[in-house]
Design a protein around this ligand. Structure first.
Ligand code: ATP
Ligand code: ZN
Length: 639
């Protein structure tokens, strides 16, 4: 980012240099000859070694005295056809002088002119183009200082709180802002101070922009939008000028909302970042601070900024009177996702049989933008099939695509591999169905998807629960190991396909021992401290604060837990050995089997499959426990 203005300047000067050079060259063309009087021509006559005669009377010649300089003179064009002139030419020819006849002596002028204009035009074009692409905006190549803020006024399609869901807490906080913008006097009477700046913090796609727009829509005030990366411009000082312009615009139409997306692009704490080059960014940032200090609550301008890197923001931005209110915009929970899906289904032809709750359950970790995209994908799939309505099949297919890539029907898997795959996936599913505390099984498929997934069993994690018991953890671990257990049991041999299952089970066991204090031997002690680097790829790092002795005890406990779960999985499967073959036959034929169908084959009416009985649960907002972390993803063990 910082390199941009530098690069722009260098490019600009290089282009300017070339431009001047060519322009000068065009004015004094080196190839052009010097005009001399006719008498000089007569003087030189005996010395001429090369001559060009144009039909309009122009003559260009070179003498032996100075062969590098061509001279030119003019005859009245009639002279060219006189006998005397012909005689003179004869004389020259006899001396072996090179004589050429040409048309239209003026062409040289045009050649010169074109020679100047064409490169000029090319350069202007390149310059223009460079500006355009460097400034990242099409129409504003030359209006650097004018703010490119887009203004959405109430005439545009209005976004209101009804268009946003799953971010209830943030919405509640913003409701105050709306009432303030609608009627500032209420707040003035109680002496309450409205924040000038609000910082929306959250991962991409959670609806920060949408929220800011909905505040403007609810309050029916103009909305000025700009992105922090727009400020990073070609010339030093341009960003600051833009900020000034933006705020001037907002103040004249106050009450108004100024929204700065990606504020981290300019608001990074000073001195950070690579390769210096902070002058431009710093100036822009300073200007934002100056503007925010320069108006008070009476002005009626509220600045909302969004970022997903609050940790790198300059402290100056967060001081009182600036962005002193922080609102976090988190990824939606189960009910939030259902509500967002409903919003984006509005006005689309959705099959009445669609189970929104199931879709929400299948999409943990999806943010608003993903859910919107999901519905769009399903709409495309339906259109491709020329269906009139978007059905559950397309919506589920769209989820599978996002989770594991599009189905690869063409991928050829040998029958033997397919059989192993079927038993492996059924191993997961059967264990999940039989053990009462595993996550409900939704479906099993052996349709290969993406590049690495050969098949998967999907269980739906219980997100509306905030505590997970030890027995649930153990049953889920057994389920994770079910694939491997089935391979072992049925084929007496194991494949490489279970590696991620093993990884998952081991990680669960380790968390149980070190994090949740669930090992009897090691007691209710947190071994090591887990640190989640905020927004840095969510890497979990464990700080070791225990002895080597404890470390080996932890390892022994982890091993014990995993092995016990594995034995449990194997026991369940050998009890169901006969039914397992029946289910495998079904799966090999149909490639997909639902939890309910599998329960029917196993004769487990009360089996642990996904039942549609979660509909419209009340959200109990409680603290999220750590355990949610490892439970957050659906079972997606590849073969
Ligand atoms: N909470 C939500 N409710 C409804 N729709 C949402 C929600 N969140 C996102 N969307 C949909 O996703 C689109 C993109 O979201 P938006 O641009 O507001 O996210 P953002 O948090 O600003 O992302 P970024 O940080 O990438 O700018 C929205 O236009 C909207 O259609
Ligand atoms: Zn597996």
């Amino acid at each position: 980012m910082e390199q941009r203005p530098r690069l722009g300047m260098i490019l600009f000067y290089v282009v300017l240099g070339i431009f001047l050079l060519v322009a000068l060259r065009g004015l004094y063309p080196s190839e052009t000859s010097i005009e001399v009087p006719y008498t000089k021509f007569l003087d030189d006559f005996n010395n001429i070694i090369d001559i060009v005669i144009y039909d309009n009377g122009k003559v260009v010649y070179i003498t032996g005295d100075n062969p590098r300089r061509s001279l030119e003179t003019y005859f009245p064009s009639q002279t060219l056809i006189t006998q005397t002139f012909q005689d003179q030419l004869d004389q020259l020819a006899r001396r072996g002088v090179n004589i050429t006849f040409e048309r239209g002596g003026d062409s040289l002028f045009w050649v010169n002119l074109l020679g100047t204009i064409i490169p000029l035009a090319i350069i202007v074009f390149i310059w223009f183009f460079a500006m355009r692409s460097l400034s990242g905006r099409n129409s504003q190549a030359f209006t650097f200082t004018k703010s490119p803020a887009k203004k959405y006024t109430s005439s545009d399609k209005k976004v209101t709180f009804k268009d946003v869901a799953g971010v209830d807490e943030a919405q509640q906080e913003l409701a105050d802002v709306v009432s303030f913008l609608k009627d500032p006097s209420i707040f003035r009477d109680t002496g309450a101070r409205m924040p000038k700046g609000i910082l929306l913090v959250g991962p991409p796609g959670t609806g920060k922009t949408l929220l800011a727009r909905s505040v403007a829509g609810e309050a029916e005030v103009p909305f000025f939008f700009i992105s922090g990366s727009d400020f990073v411009e070609l010339f030093v000082g341009v960003g600051a000028a833009r900020v000034r312009d933006l705020f001037a615009q907002a103040k004249t139409s106050a009450p108004a909302i100024v929204f700065i997306d990606e504020i981290d692009a300019v608001g990074r704490h000073r001195g950070a970042g690579l390769g210096g080059g902070h002058d431009e960014r710093e100036q822009t940032l300073n200007q934002i601070l100056v503007e925010m200090d320069g108006f008070d609550a009476k002005t009626g301008v509220i600045v909302i900024a969004a970022t997903n890197r609050p940790d790198i923001l300059d402290k100056a931005l967060l001081r009182p009177g600036r962005f002193d209110k922080k609102i976090s915009v988190d990824p939606p929970d189960l009910n939030g996702r259902a509500a967002i899906l409903k919003i984006h289904m509005r006005g689309k032809p959705i099959d009445p049989d669609v189970d929104v709750q199931l879709l929400a359950r299948r999409t943990p970790g999806f943010v608003g933008a993903d859910l919107e995209n999901l519905i769009n994908e399903a709409a495309i799939l339906s259109a491709r099939k020329k269906k009139k309505m978007i059905g559950m099949f397309e919506l589920e297919e769209a989820i599978d695509r996002v989770l594991a890539g599009p189905a690869k029907k063409s991928r050829i898997i040998s029958d033997k591999e397919k059989k192993i795959l079927a038993y492996h996936e059924l191993g997961h599913a059967v264990v999940g169905l039989v053990l009462p505390n595993a996550f409900p099984v939704h479906k099993v498929t052996i349709i290969p998807r993406g590049t690495s997934t050969l098949g998967f069993t999907e269980s739906l994690p219980l997100e509306d629960r905030y505590l997970i018991t030890k027995s649930e953890l153990l049953d889920n671990m057994a389920q994770a190991l079910g694939g491997r257990a089935a391979e072992d049991l049925v084929f007496g041999e194991i494949t490489t396909g279970a590696s991620s299952d093993l990884e998952r089970a081991s990680a669960m066991a380790r968390s149980m021992v070190t994090q949740f204090g669930m090992s009897e031997r090691l007691g209710p002690i947190a071994w090591g401290k887990e640190e989640e680097e905020v927004f840095l790829g969510r890497e979990l790092t464990r700080m070791k604060n225990y002895s080597e002795e404890i470390a080996s005890e932890i390892d022994a406990e982890v091993k014990k837990i995993v092995l016990t779960s594995y034995e449990k999985a194997k026991r369940v499967l050998s009890d169901q050995r006969k039914k397992l073959d029946e289910a495998a036959e079904f799966l090999l034929q149909k490639e997909t089997i639902t939890g309910r169908e599998l329960a029917d084959i196993l004769g487990l009416d009360s089996g642990n499959f996904y039942k549609d009985d979660f509909e419209e649960v009340d959200v109990v907002t409680g603290p999220k426990i750590e355990g949610g972390k490892i439970m957050g993803k659906p079972e997606l063990g590849n073969a």
